[in-house]
Design a binder for this molecule. Structure first.
Ligand code: SF4
Length: 511
């Protein structure tokens, strides 16, 4: 989007205008408002310039920075001028509540001091000098935080399993192998706030008795990798990573391991195999990684979003966190809102927010005034939600009841023109491509289901194919070894359940 050119031009223009020494021109992580990017924010005026182009740099410097006059044509909302107080005045952000994305867009991720200035590393300090490992677990338990990677397992329990194993060598791992189509929550968090992940992993190391952590990240995320490396070096330089952290006697360091883009490596046992240098294939559980993980040692694995919540829970308290969201799903959830939506972007909302609020209030409704048809949550592991469910509060349990799941947070919106059989075929095709082939239910079942869907979309389907799809799908869910095969039928099964007419139309009309 030429953001780098804008950045360079702003510096160049500021130099030309002789004000380079008076202004700081900084890069930040993502503001989340992707539809309106690139964004330039001028502080302290809070001016929020959107869809900025490289040539606009000249006017921003000449008018705003030199003469103190906003450039109205670039403002997102012309009624919001310098008197504004912040993002909360912009509709897109009004129903959002930022915990995970608290620093994204607000700090320069390459500067540890900016992270520290916003309470960064305060939680680690507290854990090192004021809290026992039991206190940390108690705080996590009170928070009721559940893993954001998809399954929603209570985080404190995972940590406790690892802590309770009598073993001198333990590991901490960050799953940054985000692979759902349309999902980019973890990438943005790592690019915008890398220190929050390092801090959280160090806290976990201290709590469970591990001195080494791994971040498993896909090689397709070069900027996130670069920022993580910079952050790790800065943390080491300030003794926030490494030996005898802040004189506490606790040693902990982190290593980055690159994944080669296999979707199945997001499954934690496959991730461990890949990290150990083996082919990335899931392993039979139990034993679970919390007890027998990396190199056969007890390992805490959480995904990026889960980690990003930890420092805030420690500084603000588990009870504070537990009051956000719903009884069974506390805190917030980050969604990558994409598809036929006016404001595509990254949104963070309290659990329990309805689909209607996300799509219409935050997302600004459906593109080109078309009618909403369905939303896909949970990527290829999830299912579709039709308009009847627009007012259902979104949390782990409700989504499962509706035949979908939270997954990692991809939310793809479809309009009246989208064919739901094509949607099901797309997601199943993705899973067939990504299946590691280790177990027959997924390897054979997925391909068989895909061939049937293909037949139906080509107008060659029979009515009994629908029953076959349901039977094979149910068998895959029961018998596949890992989450990929267990959830791959979800989009097909949920579209059959809610959009059976579209399947019948293909079959009856032979097209
Ligand atoms: Fe591999 Fe699929 Fe079996 Fe998982 S379910 S182990 S991806 S073949």
């Amino acid at each position: 989007a030429k953001a780098d050119d804008i950045f360079r031009n702003l510096i160049h223009e500021a130099e030309k205008a002789g004000i380079r020494e008076e202004v700081q021109i900084l890069k930040t992580g993502c503001f989340g408002f992707c539809e309106q990017g690139p964004i330039v924010k001028v502080l302290p005026d809070e001016s929020f310039y959107v869809q900025v182009k490289p040539d606009d740099a000249k006017e921003i410097v000449a008018e705003h920075l030199v003469k103190g006059r906003e450039v109205p044509r670039l403002l997102y909302d012309k009624s919001l001028s310098m008197s504004r107080t912040g993002l909360e005045d912009i509709e897109f952000y009004q129903k959002q509540f930022r915990i995970v994305l608290r620093n994204c867009g607000f700090i320069n991720p390459d500067d540890i001091n900016e992270y520290i200035a916003r309470d960064g590393y305060a939680a680690l300090e507290k854990v090192l000098f004021e809290m026992s490992p039991e206190d940390v677990l108690e705080e996590l338990k009170k928070s009721k935080l559940r893993g954001r990677g998809g399954a929603g397992f209570p985080t404190w329990m995972k940590w406790k399993f690892t802590k309770d194993v009598d073993e001198s060598e333990k590991y901490i791992a960050c799953n940054a192998d985000e692979g759902d189509p349309g999902a980019y929550m973890d990438r943005s968090t790592l690019e915008g706030d890398p220190h929050s992940i390092l801090e959280a992993m160090t806290i976990a190391g201290r709590t469970v008795g591990a001195s080494k952590g791994y971040i498993y990240i896909r090689a397709e995320y070069p900027l996130a990798i670069k920022r993580l490396k910079t952050a790790m070096q800065q943390a080491r330089d300030m003794n926030l990573l490494g030996d005898d952290i802040l004189g506490s006697g606790f040693n902990f360091d982190i290593e980055i391991r690159l994944g080669a883009g296999a979707f199945v490596c997001g499954e934690e046992t496959a991730l461990i195999a890949s990290l150990e240098g083996e082919r990335g294939m899931p392993r039979v559980r139990p034993p679970f990684p919390a007890v027998q993980g990396i190199w056969g040692k007890p390992t805490v694995i959480n995904n990026v979003e889960t980690w990003a919540n930890i420092p805030v829970i420690i500084t603000r308290g588990g009870e504070w966190f537990s009051k956000i969201g719903t009884e069974g799903s506390t805190g917030t959830k980050v969604f990558a809102l994409t598809g036929k939506i006016n404001n595509s972007g990254l949104v963070e909302v309290p659990m329990g927010t309805t689909l209607r609020e996300i799509i219409f209030d935050i997302g600004g409704g459906i593109k080109d005034g078309k009618k909403f048809k369905a939303a896909q949550t949970g990527g290829p592991s999830g299912g579709v939600l039709k308009d009847d469910f627009l007012d259902t509060p979104i949390d782990y349990d409700n989504l499962i009841k509706l035949g979908s799941m939270m997954g990692s947070g991809g939310l793809i919106v479809m309009d009246e023109d989208d064919c739901m059989v094509d949607v099901a075929k797309f997601y199943l095709g993705f899973c067939v491509d990504e299946s590691c082939g280790k177990c027959a239910p997924c390897r054979v079942g997925g391909k068989t289901m895909y061939d049937i869907l293909d037949k139906i979309t080509k107008g060659q389907g029979e009515m009994e194919d629908l029953e076959k799809l349901e039977t094979i799908g149910a068998a895959m869910k029961r018998a596949s070894l890992c989450g990929l095969g267990q959830t791959a039928p979800n989009p097909t099964l949920s579209t059959i359940k809610y959009f059976i007419d579209e399947y019948k139309a293909h079959i009856e009309d032979k097209k």
